[in-house]
Design a protein around this ligand. Sequence first.
Ligand SMILES: [Zn+2]
Ligand SMILES: [Zn+2]
Length: 353
Amino acid sequence: MQIRPDTCIRYREIWYRFLLLCQIKQEKKFNYSLFDETRQLIYNYENKIFTKHIAWIDIMEHKKHTLLLGAHISIAGGLEQAIYRGESIDCTVIQIFTKNNRQWFAKPLTKESIHLFKKTWHNSTIQSVVAHACYLINLGSPNIETRKKSTKSLAQELSRCTQLGIPYLVLHPGSKGEMDEQQCLQQIAQQINVALESTPDNTTLLLETLAGQGSNLCYRFEQLAQIYQLSQHKNRLGICFDTCHVFTSGYDKTTERAYEAVWKKFDNILGLDLLKVIHVNDSKKPLGSRVDRHEHIGKGALGFETFRLLFNDNRFFDIPKILETPKENLADDLRNMQIIRKLITPENEKILE
Ligand SMILES: [Zn+2]
Ligand SMILES: [Zn+2]
């Protein structure tokens, strides 16, 4: 290709736009398909059909996002009821248990209940649904029976999510009890492999960052990274970041500097592309206390600043954010969501239509 001087200028412009595009798409690593696309653009410019593509890039640059904000919602009365409840308080995303949270196993889902849930979801303004696995599951248990039951229960939860079309299942990876930490992390990774092998690959399993209460593991990013590294199904794993847990486990993020440092650490140890869901909770307990007590937004030790930073961070615009703050009824979630919306700058409000 002959590059004329004006082409050089255009080339630079295209290149600049390409980099912007990467940023918008939150591409962490150099993306070769995008690179090819850019090269194609330059060739096409020579053929004068390039304006069409530039228009496309313009759209990408000014891409609107939706504020993906919601709460953990009860399924009392049927799974589809959670969709109605979420919609009634303007959630764009909800989190649910797909079965009774106090029981290890549930009766299989009927065709009717699957259909009803999917239809209700499809006809609603809810953009995404996240499931949370039952709290009884402990893949790190030293007790063989509990470990077996946990793995089987996890597999059932994954299958239910697939049946319901739910893309993410959040899991508390496990507690070590009297077990050695390394041994426990290895066991958790093994059991995750077993559960993933026996289930369809439509649902991504998200390991949650925990507070480190009692003998819970995964309160350090390194522990999560270790499980991930030992996984034979890395493409089916992701991370759910809980703002309260991460804070009480010892990572400060209440100032802009500390906030940036935590995400840098997260990116170095795990990688931002593994982040799929954020649990948005303030904390009743202080930094490093390793106690898991959620608080209303702005009323706890994290305060408004952490959430102002988080909700204006364009790296996370497309990540579902879910409240698990104390509640007596839906009005509590509604109030916390209103508080969060007020923290978004007018500039970002325009982007987060
Ligand atoms: Zn959780
Ligand atoms: Zn918690």
